[in-house]
Design a protein around this ligand. Structure first.
Ligand SMILES: NC(=O)c1ccc[n+]([C@@H]2O[C@H](COP(=O)([O-])OP(=O)(O)OC[C@H]3O[C@@H](n4cnc5c(N)ncnc54)[C@H](OP(=O)(O)O)[C@@H]3O)[C@@H](O)[C@H]2O)c1
Length: 261
C-alpha cells in the first residue's frame, strides 16, 4: 500500500448538487479522477449532463440528474438514484450558491424578497440535500463525508451591499461546525472550503473590470485570482481518509487574502 492511498476516493459514491456549475463541474471531475463514482445533480439538466459527460470523457463514472436543491422530494430522489445506480452514498459536496453580485442593497434597506432569494440559493440549498444525504449515510451505518462551499464573505464584511450573502455563508459555516458535532457519532465528517473570487462566469463581469481586478489582486498575497482547479485539491483531501481527523473546519482557499485582514 502506498502512502498516497489515503488520498484516494476509490469505492466511494458522491452526490454533487450544483455539479453543473463552474466549481461543481470541476469538483465532479476531480472526485472521479480520485476514484469516486459521481452523481452530478443540477437544477438545469443540460449543465449536469455536460459535467457528467466531461467526467466520462476522462474515464470516470458519472450520471446526471435534474434536481432542485431547495426541494425535498428532488433531493430524496437524487439520493435514491445514487443508491439505485451505485449501491450507496458516501460523499456530498454542496456546490449550489452564488447570486451575491446580483442583489446589492444598503443594509438598512435590504429588501425581503432579495434576502429570501439569496437565503434559498445559498442556505436552504445546502440544508435540504444534506438532510437527505445524511439520512442515507446513517441508514448505511458506515459514516460519510461532506464538504460545503462557503466564501470569504462569511468572515469579511464588504461595503458593497452584500448583507444577505454574508449572512447565508456565515450560516453555512456555523452549520458545518454544528453538523460536524452532531453527526460525529455516526462517523460523518463535515467540512468546508472558503474561496475568495474564483475565475468563473458568476464573477466574470467584476473580474472583467481591470480596475476592480487590479485592486482585488493587490490584496491577495499570492498575487492572482483563483481558478476552479484551485478548489478541487482541498475538496478531495477533505473527503479522503487523509483528513480522517478533520471535521467542523472550513479551509480558506484565498491566496492568503484573509491572512492579511
Ligand atoms: N465563483 C466564485 O467566485 C465563488 C467565490 C466564493 C464562493 N463561491 C461559491 O461556490 C459555489 C459555486 O459557485 P460557482 O461559481 O460554481 O457558481 P455557478 O457556476 O453559478 O454554479 C452554481 C450551480 O448551481 C446550480 N443551481 C442553482 N440553484 C440551484 C438549485 N436550487 N438546485 C440545483 N442546482 C442549482 C446552477 O444551475 P442553474 O444553471 O440551473 O442555475 C449552477 O449550475 C457557490 O456556493 C458560491 O457561493 C463562488
Amino acid at each position: 500500500m502506498s502512502y498516497l492511498d489515503v488520498f484516494s476516493l476509490d469505492g466511494h459514491v458522491a452526490l454533487v448538487p450544483g455539479g453543473g456549475g463552474a466549481i461543481g463541474a470541476a469538483v465532479s471531475r476531480a472526485l472521479a479522477a480520485a476514484g469516486a463514482k459521481v452523481v452530478v445533480a443540477n437544477r438545469t439538466l443540460d449543465r449536469a449532463a455536460a459535467a457528467a459527460d466531461a467526467v466520462r470523457s476522462e474515464g470516470g463514472d458519472a450520471i446526471a440528474l435534474e434536481m432542485d436543491a431547495t426541494v425535498e422530494a428532488d433531493c430524496e430522489r437524487a439520493v435514491a438514484a445514487a443508491v439505485e445506480r451505485y449501491g450507496r452514498l458516501d460523499l456530498l459536496v454542496n456546490c449550489v450558491g452564488g447570486g451575491a453580485g446580483k442583489v446589492l442593497f444598503d443594509a438598512q434597506e435590504y429588501p425581503r424578497d432579495a434576502w429570501d432569494w439569496i437565503m434559498e440559493l445559498n442556505l436552504r440549498s445546502v440544508l435540504v440535500p444534506t438532510q437527505a444525504a445524511v439520512r442515507q449515510m446513517i441508514r448505511q451505518g458506515e459514516g460519510g463525508r461532506i464538504v460545503n462551499l462557503s466564501s470569504v464573505r462569511a468572515l469579511l464584511g464588504i461595503d458593497a451591499g452584500y448583507s444577505a450573502y454574508v449572512a447565508a455563508k456565515g450560516a453555512v459555516e456555523s452549520l458545518t461546525r454544528q453538523w460536524a458535532t452532531e453527526w460525529a457519532r455516526h462517523g460523518i465528517r463535515v467540512n468546508g472550503i472558503r474561496p475568495t473570487f474564483v475565475d468563473t462566469p458568476q464573477v466574470a463581469m467584476l473580474l472583467g473590470d481591470p480596475v476592480f481586478k487590479a485592486g482585488l489582486v493587490s490584496r491577495i498575497p499570492l498575487g492572482r485570482v483563483g481558478g476552479t482547479d484551485d478548489m478541487t485539491g482541498a475538496v478531495v483531501f477533505l473527503l479522503s481518509d487523509a483528513a480522517a481527523f478533520i471535521t467542523g473546519q472550513t479551509i480558506g482557499l484565498d491566496g492568503g487574502l484573509t491572512a492579511t485582514q
